[in-house]
Write a protein that binds this ligand. Structure first.
Ligand code: GUN
Length: 287
């Protein structure tokens, strides 16, 4: 039987509505809208699209949004100075530095991201927020993995006691996904490029998350019948053609539920960012 298709649009819409309602409550209570600042350095076309989408979502939901475009040749010191200004700005509750950074400052990515005040780190990349995720304290969680968990919940797919397999161990998706699934009482295995007998492991998964960045990597023989397959891959194979990490046409015949690319979890990332901005303001106001 063909899998249920988990449409990102449907779930993203619910998450955004929820963020919009909370933003209105915060405006009412504090006389100020939640505020997001996005810094973009240089003119990477894909980054420009992502930043525009974030700005548009903020406008729709009554979240104030400032896009700071810095020239390609900006120095690390200039970028750090902008971050310091935003850390001290009480109207800004969330700060995001769009990645990738231009090559002359890419080597300083960790230092740059770590300069963002942890309470304003709406990407959830700061080591303080990573630590909170690991220990289970309240903090800001990376948007894409958090969005995947919210989508599984809304789709009524249980996690407690299930076998979950994550392919990929990046700081942005694989590692936080592991901790989020573990916190929900799944038994979680992380596979990566050095994993032996990968298909044997993925075939045990009730929930399979693919975040490796290789088009069509997950094939039908790697999937347990009835599994929920979450495709986090965004592989640009031509200027206008995106492809996921999962061979959608094959795998949808085996899986119980599957996310498409495009139109899957990518849309949840922006929706969760909106939720994180609202959550950041709530936490700052209660501090
Ligand atoms: N570039 C692509 N994805 C992301 C993301 O989640 N956060 C940031 N800051 N940059 C990105």
């Amino acid at each position: 039987m063909a899998a249920r298709i988990l449409e990102g649009k449907v779930y993203a819409q619910k998450l955004k509505e929820d963020a919009g309602k909370k933003a209105a409550e915060l405006r009412e209570k504090y006389g100020m809208a939640p505020g997001l600042a996005v810094i973009i350095v240089g003119e990477n076309p894909a980054s420009q699209v992502y930043v525009r989408n974030k700005h548009k979502s903020c406008e729709e939901l009554g979240i104030s949004s400032e896009v700071i475009s810095m020239p390609e040749e900006s120095t690390k010191e200039e970028l750090l100075a902008r971050i310091d200004d935003l850390n001290g700005d009480t109207k800004i509750h969330g700060i995001l530095v769009q990645l990738p950074l231009p090559k002359q400052i890419a080597a300083y990515e960790a230092e740059i991201l770590n300069r963002i005040a942890p309470e304003k780190d709406v990407d959830g990349f700061h080591p303080v927020n990573v630590g909170r995720l690991v220990t289970g304290e309240a903090g800001l969680v990376p948007c894409t993995p958090a969005g995947c968990i919210r989508m599984l919940d809304m789709a009524g797919i249980p996690l407690d006691g299930k076998r979950a397999v994550v392919i990929g161990r990046s700081n942005i998706v694989g590692k936080p996904m592991f901790h989020l699934l573990l916190a929900r009482h799944a038994t979680v295995t992380v596979c990566h490029s050095h994993t032996a007998n990968l298909a044997e492991i993925t075939r045990e998964a009730d929930i399979l998350v693919a975040a490796i960045g290789k088009p069509n990597f997950v094939t039908a023989d790697m999937v347990k019948p009835g599994a929920a397959v979450i495709d986090v891959g965004i592989n640009r194979i031509a200027p206008k053609k995106l492809m996921g990490d999962v061979d959608f046409e094959q795998v949808k015949e085996v899986a119980g539920a599957i996310t498409p690319v495009p139109g899957g979890v990518g849309l949840l990332t922006v929706a969760m960012l909106m939720q994180n901005v609202v959550k950041a303001m709530e936490m700052q106001m209660q501090a």
